[in-house]
Design a protein around this ligand. Structure first.
Ligand SMILES: C[S@@+](CC[C@H](N)C(=O)[O-])C[C@H]1O[C@@H](n2cnc3c(N)ncnc32)[C@H](O)[C@@H]1O
Length: 479
């Protein structure tokens, strides 16, 4: 299949010289990376969802697929650093360069500065791509810019674009390719450990290991080990797949196991382990789509004689939850802020609210550029409303786990503290007192070796400490 499908006779928007498939796999690899990068920019596509289908469509497998993946992810992640370098190497301001050509330059800069591809090959293939995308004149321009990039290695460029005497936020932002607002937010979230910020930002740029969950009662860890997985450090149901395709593991294909970050497993397991007096049969997951945590929680609930109700406001995502729980939970399309259930209906509730996803930057390479700080403010009212509703929906003595895949304080402790403060003041809801349980202790009951998640009552995972996403957990018991 050609790199870019085009209807026969459709010459609209055709640029001089391309696109064309020369038949060389290396061209197809770079063209595939480029097309995914463009789709991320122009169609708000997600690289981790689009890339696998593009690889399949173009028949790229093995080393070619691995290279296309590295080039796509690396270019998207490193954009902040590469743009700073390209700005010095171009006699045109970056904002005056056509967006597709700028992406070719970023792809070239990534190959020159962060891969073992020989510089002349990186420049040559990028210039060919520029010719195909933008025409011969722009190819000359790309050649001039990228040849300048080859004059230094990455450290040499960093000494110029992110010098030691620059303001710290700017320096970290360029050196680790994170927008400045995220650097500031991460440093605030680290609090007293703020000197770990460089390690955290570096961890965001590292390829995450693939962690699997063996859903209890449905798959055993031994089955995953036999398929090449290795023991994982924390979760009793986790295994790490060092290489290979998770879809090649039979248990994953059957839905008895799944790809799931260890911190995501542990927050669900901590909810299940939180101390509770009285009835313990009705569990709920009020923001369940696409069903990762519901898949685990429903399996644990089934083993414990409890039943999970999993809800999501989006029908499509509720459908995915149905696949993950495979009959072990009720699944409904419901708005968690306007619940169809009566107050006090549940003994345990998982509330994994929509958030900026700043805790999962390792797995979503484009996410850091997609949203600005206003996204945090926009999500705040929904997060507060969902938590207030969840506290209404849990019975007195029951427990709510408030979870985010973001360490941003305005999405984590500030939301919890605000909602509890409102309830204490009487608010317009039932006003019952809420106790903050010690989340790190609850986590240690399921992962005894776990440390570094904070002194409580809240718990915060960190990629640079735990090799997991930066999940936040608050465990709240209604009096
Ligand atoms: C962070 S995701 C949950 C991830 C999920 N727990 C998992 O482990 O796979 C948040 C989910 O909340 C859903 N959501 C957003 N607003 C909601 C609302 N008002 N009521 C219920 N679900 C909502 C979104 O559709 C999304 O699927």
């Amino acid at each position: 299949m050609p790199p870019t499908s085009r209807r026969r006779g459709d010459h609209r928007n055709r640029r001089p010289g391309g696109p064309r498939n020369t038949g060389r796999p290396q061209d197809l690899v770079r063209r595939t990376a480029f097309d995914v990068i463009r789709a991320v920019e122009t169609r708000d596509a997600y690289a981790n969802l689009l890339l696998p289908s593009r690889l399949r469509d173009r028949g790229l497998t093995g080393r070619d697929a691995a290279l296309a993946t590295e080039l796509t992810y690396g270019t998207l992640r490193g954009r902040g650093t590469y743009d700073a370098v390209l700005a010095l190497c171009s006699d045109r301001e970056l904002r005056r360069i056509d967006a597709p050509l700028l992406d070719v330059l970023r792809l070239g800069a990534h190959q020159i500065l962060a891969t073992r591809i020989p510089p002349h090959a990186a420049v040559g293939t990028a210039v060919e791509l520029a010719r195909s995308v933008s025409g011969p004149g722009q190819a000359k321009f790309a050649n001039a810019v990228l040849r300048k990039v080859t004059t230094r290695d990455l450290d040499g460029w960093l000494a110029i674009v992110a010098p030691g005497d620059a303001d710290e936020t700017t320096r970290l932002s360029i050196a680790h390719s994170h927008p400045k607002w995220i650097v500031s937010a991460m440093r605030d979230a680290l609090g007293p450990d703020r000197d770990e910020i460089a390690g955290l930002l570096a961890a965001d740029n590292a390829r995450p290991r693939v962690t699997l969950v063996a859903r209890p009662g449905r798959a055993a860890l031994e089955e995953l080990y036999e398929a090449g997985a290795e023991p994982a450090p924390y979760s009793p149901y986790a295994a790490v797949l060092p290489d290979g395709d998770p879809a090649a593991v039979a248990a994953v294909r059957d839905g008895r196991a799944a790809v799931q970050d260890e911190a995501s497993q542990l927050v669900a397991l901590a909810l299940a382990a939180a101390p509770l007096d009285g009835a313990d049969a009705r569990w709920a997951d009020l923001c369940a789509g696409p069903g990762g945590k519901a898949g685990l929680l429903s399996a644990v609930a089934t083993e414990r004689g409890a039943r999970l109700l999993a809800a999501d406001v989006q029908p499509h995502r509720a459908g995915l939850v149905g696949r993950a729980v495979d009959g072990r939970a009720g699944v409904v399309v419901a708005d968690g802020t306007a619940p169809a259930w009566r107050p006090g209906s549940f003994d345990r509730i998982l509330l994994d609210v929509p958030c900026t996803g700043l805790g999962a930057l390792r797995r979503r390479p484009e996410a850091r550029w997609r949203r600005g700080p206003q996204a945090v403010a926009e999500l705040g009212p929904l997060q507060r409303s969902l938590l207030a509703s969840a506290l209404d929906a849990v019975r007195p003595g029951g427990v709510v786990a408030y979870v985010t895949c973001s360490p941003h304080l305005a999405e984590t402790r500030v939301v919890v503290d605000d909602v509890l403060h409102d309830r204490e003041r009487g608010g317009d809801r039932d006003g019952g007192r809420v106790e903050r349980l010690d989340a790190p202790s609850a986590l240690r009951t399921v992962a005894p070796g776990l440390s570094g998640v904070g002194d409580g009552p809240y718990a915060q995972f960190w990629p640079h400490r735990h090799g997991t996403d930066a999940m936040f957990l608050a465990l709240l018991r209604k009096a």
